[in-house]
Write a protein that binds this ligand. Structure first.
Ligand code: MF3
Ligand code: CO
Ligand code: CO
Length: 263
């Protein structure tokens, strides 16, 4: 009898793909829920508490960040020059701040991971442009994803777009395979060389989550062991989707209720 060739570990079966769809949808629902609450005067700790209660109480899911490698809260809140992994706490959001809320839920053993930028009240033209370019960078990357393309094609498309807009791409943190584990192979770099890296195949699930800095790309890890900031204190923005590679393209598993692929 012929043995079927074992698919590599990061190719999801149809049942696993269905579970990933559910996890992705729930993660996006959390962002849809919290968006209207991101207003001047609220603290990042309050946003965390609201999301935690919703994930556990309404979605019957698990907030993946809580206790992940010692992370103390249920979501990440990254304000202004914080690049990623900001820890929710007493900080009050003020008019003009930009904040990334990064949500990862576990449902029936599978992870959905997504983040968006929120503008607190009226923001500067520069802050709005940075958030818009970071969003477009994510979708430039998504537009590349199809069987036969490589991860280098994807990273190159994002980097080339961001740099053409006069911004820089953070290199120390990347997208990632996702499934039963929060962070699986492969690493999905947001910079690179066309044609290099792993070939994208149907059934892969991974995130794209470019961090875009208004100034230089260099970052610094703060003493809390989590908070990543821009070295030059310039503003930083990030958006993230979880994706499933299909036979002829890509399915975005974490679309917002009002979101569709930009044309
Ligand atoms: N959600 C982040 C990502 O996109 C990871 C956060 S790890 C945590 O990969 F521990 F800070 F939650
Ligand atoms: Co992620
Ligand atoms: Co995330």
């Amino acid at each position: 009898m012929l043995m079927a060739r074992q698919p590599q570990g990061f190719i999801k079966s149809p049942a696993e793909q269905a579970a990933m769809r559910t996890a992705g949808r729930l993660a996006a629902q959390v962002l849809d829920m919290i968006g209207p609450r991101v207003v001047p005067g609220i603290t990042t700790g309050e946003l965390d508490q609201i999301c935690h209660d919703y994930i556990v109480g309404e979605l019957n899911a698990i907030p993946a960040p809580l206790n992940y490698r010692g992370f103390p809260r249920s979501i990440c809140t990254s304000v202004n020059h914080v690049v990623c992994h900001g820890i929710p706490g007493p900080r009050t959001l003020r008019t003009g701040d930009i904040v990334n809320l990064d949500i990862t839920v576990i449902k029936d053993g599978f992870h959905g991971d997504t983040s968006r930028m929120f503008q607190v009240g009226a923001c500067s033209i520069q802050a709005r442009r940075l958030c818009r370019v970071a969003y477009q960078a994510l979708w430039r990357g998504i537009g590349i994803v199809a069987p036969g393309r490589t991860l280098g094609d994807l990273g190159h498309a994002i980097q080339q777009f961001v740099e053409s807009e006069g911004y820089s791409v953070v290199q120390e943190y990347c997208g990632h395979g996702i499934g039963r584990a929060f962070h699986e192979d492969p690493q999905v770099l947001h910079y690179g060389t066309p044609g290099s890296g792993m070939v994208i195949e149907p059934g892969m699930t991974f995130t794209i989550e470019p961090m875009v800095n208004a100034g230089r790309r260099q970052v610094k890890l703060l003493g809390d062991g989590w908070t990543v900031v821009t070295r030059d204190h310039s503003l930083s923005a990030q958006w993230e989707h979880t994706l499933l590679v299909t036979a002829d393209g890509v399915e975005v598993l974490t679309l917002g209720a009002d979101e569709r692929a930009p044309s």
